[in-house]
Design a protein around this ligand. Structure first.
Ligand SMILES: [Zn+2]
Length: 356
């Protein structure tokens, strides 16, 4: 019996050649496999960010700003359920501030708001004083008018009686004494009326002074509003924060305090995740273009935000690398199939080449 040695040698050589090709394939793909683990920032791996310059003219200090930015990242992480942002002082992507007219306008408008609030308080007190004084004046004036009417009536009667006495050729001593008593009473009443008239005239001055004070304050606050409008024009929407792609920077231009700062950074972080478009219909969405409709104290993603995120980061079931590794690790050796390993490996190689 003869054995066909040459055929065996040929087969050994053939399989060694395949082995060498496979080893070479693994070696050349290995760096790409390593690249794969980087993934897409925001989708597969967290975005690293650092804190740039925090201008001291903004209303929060650097530490508060940093904590607020971390909270802004949490707004996304809490709902999506994974680590998406990592504070990393060594990275290039910076959250930073620029102090310009936008923040100055905010400060001026806050000053104006205070002025107007103080005016409203002062004007309410002055109006109260004015009303009290005017009511007193009206009451006193009514009493005085009645008194004047009675006095004039009594004076007319007295004058008639004097005329009658004169016409009768003079008054008896008794009548004279009675008329004289009434004349003195009328004189006294006239002097009281004079004093009362002076007093009421002072009341009028006080009422006018109160009205004058209100007018002065009103004019002053009107001028302040006018000056503000001349300086900044009518209210218009403006950019509070700006993201520069790809992962270059987030610049914050305006905020009142930590609550709106958190929302602005959460919004810009959304752009950093790759969400380029704003949520058009949902005013409470983090990714809505304007601020105002969102919950400032407890900001959270809405369905529109989640949809926007899933559109840029589709929830791929398992990455090819994870599928390959988990098959090797989780499958008991006797159940492993060479075909499956080859399929998983070739998917991994294909995707590794694709991400290049
Ligand atoms: Zn935006």
């Amino acid at each position: 019996m003869e054995r066909d040695i040459s055929n065996t040698i040929f087969r050994l050589g053939f399989f060694s050649a395949i082995g060498i090709v496979l080893i070479q394939a693994v070696l050349s793909v290995a760096p790409l496999m390593f690249r794969l683990t980087e993934g897409r920032p925001g989708c597969d791996t967290p975005i690293h960010w650092r804190l740039g310059d925090v201008d001291s003219r903004f209303p929060v200090d650097r530490k508060t700003f940093l904590l607020t930015a971390i909270e802004a990242g949490n707004v996304w992480e809490k709902r999506i359920g994974k680590k998406m942002f990592i504070y990393d002082p060594q990275t290039s992507f910076a959250v930073t501030t620029v102090f310009d007219d936008r923040q100055k306008m905010l400060y001026d408008s806050q000053g104006l708001e205070k002025t107007v609030a103080q005016y409203q308080k002062d004007a309410a007190v002055l109006k109260n004083t004015y009303d009290t004084l005017q009511a007193g004046f009206k009451r006193d004036q009514t009493v005085l008018n009645d008194r004047i009417a009675s006095y004039q009536k009594a004076l007319a009667v007295y004058n008639d009686d004097v005329s009658q006495a004169n016409a009768a050729g003079g008054a008896t001593p008794d009548k004279y004494a009675s008329l004289e008593k009434r004349r003195k009473e009328l004189e006294k009443e006239q002097s009281v009326i004079k004093k009362e008239t002076d007093r009421i005239s002072m009341e009028v001055d006080q009422v006018n002074a109160a009205a004058g004070k209100i007018n002065t304050k009103t004019t002053s606050v009107k001028n302040d509003i006018q000056t503000y409008r001349q300086k900044y024009g009518e209210p218009q929407p403006f950019i509070e924060g700006l993201y520069e792609s790809p992962l270059r920077s987030i610049t914050i231009y305006e905020f009142k305090g930590v609550d709106d700062l958190r929302l602005v950074i959460a919004h810009e972080f959304g752009h950093a995740l790759g969400i380029a478009q704003h949520a058009p219909d949902d005013q409470s969405a983090i990714m809505y273009a304007m601020m105002g409709g969102q919950d400032l104290l407890h900001p959270g993603l809405t369905e529109a935000d989640i949809k926007a995120y899933e559109a840029v980061c589709p929830a791929s079931a398992v990455s090819p690398r994870d599928a390959f590794v988990s098959y090797l690790v989780d499958t008991p050796y006797p159940e492993m199939k060479l075909g499956t390993i080859f399929t998983l490996f070739s998917t991994l190689v294909t995707s590794a080449i694709l991400v290049r």
